[in-house]
Design a protein around this ligand. Sequence first.
Ligand code: FMN
Length: 276
Amino acid sequence: MEKSMFNFQVDEKRCIECGECALECPAGVITMDTTPQFNEDGGCFRCQHCLAVCPTGAVSILGRNPDESQALAGAFPSPDQMTALIKGRRSVRRYRDEEVAADLIDELLDCAGHAPTGVNAQGVLFTVVKERAVMNALRQEIMERLGRLKESGGLPEGFVGQYMGGAVKGWLEEGRDIIFRGAPHLLISSAPKAAPCPAQDTLIALTTFQLIAHARGLGTVWDGMFMMALSLCPDLAGRLGIPEQHLLGYAMVFGWPAVEYHRTVQRGPAQVNVVS
Ligand SMILES: Cc1cc2nc3c(=O)[nH]c(=O)nc-3n(C[C@H](O)[C@H](O)[C@H](O)COP(=O)(O)O)c2cc1C
């Protein structure tokens, strides 16, 4: 039984000495000396591949019990199912006036938290609006602030000003919410600027959330309009609880869709540049 500050442990009764954990370790901190040996100073970055790859569940690290991991044999969706999910996902812009249960949101976020991060930094923070009342208050505040900016001539020239001006007009004249598309929930991803790949990590996390959300029958849409609104209300990110030292990744709204798609869209072939 080996113990370290990473709490790497091998159950010798289960270990078949196959060496998979040592072969797999991306940091090369595990070597085989009959049973696996762990180098505490070798630069382990806590990816848990040793635990995941062990065929007999003999390896534990970071206090994780391998028996509590989900077994994977036969558990992945088929390629056809995965393709249908990816091609059949649409940006949903009509939502039912209904909250998504908080425990389902937690489950989706937990799943999205399994997205890869550069050097396994796992620093992505999900800032989420779970209650419709909170969402409605945020919607109201943003529309009012943009309205005041528009009235005072404070909207910037160009693209952002045009879109935000249009959003205010749609809200005031028709009660149309083109910033949040009437969705009951908002999700923002951010990550410490000091992380190795914060921009990429935040976007991969939201992409992962989007796919699992659609697999559960929810709708989502990436929310560039809200990102523009945020850029015009610089205090807001902090007030929503996003730490100052975080890079703001992106935002997405989600909820139960009030629309059903019966087929995929058809797109041209992927643009591919083959290097020869
Ligand atoms: C980065 C990004 C920002 C987006 N911002 C908005 C937005 O603010 N409002 C909106 O209705 N759709 C937004 N979309 C959705 C795109 O318009 C949509 O993905 C595109 O039209 C293709 O449709 P599909 O997602 O149904 O395939 C955004 C998409 C991305 C990737």
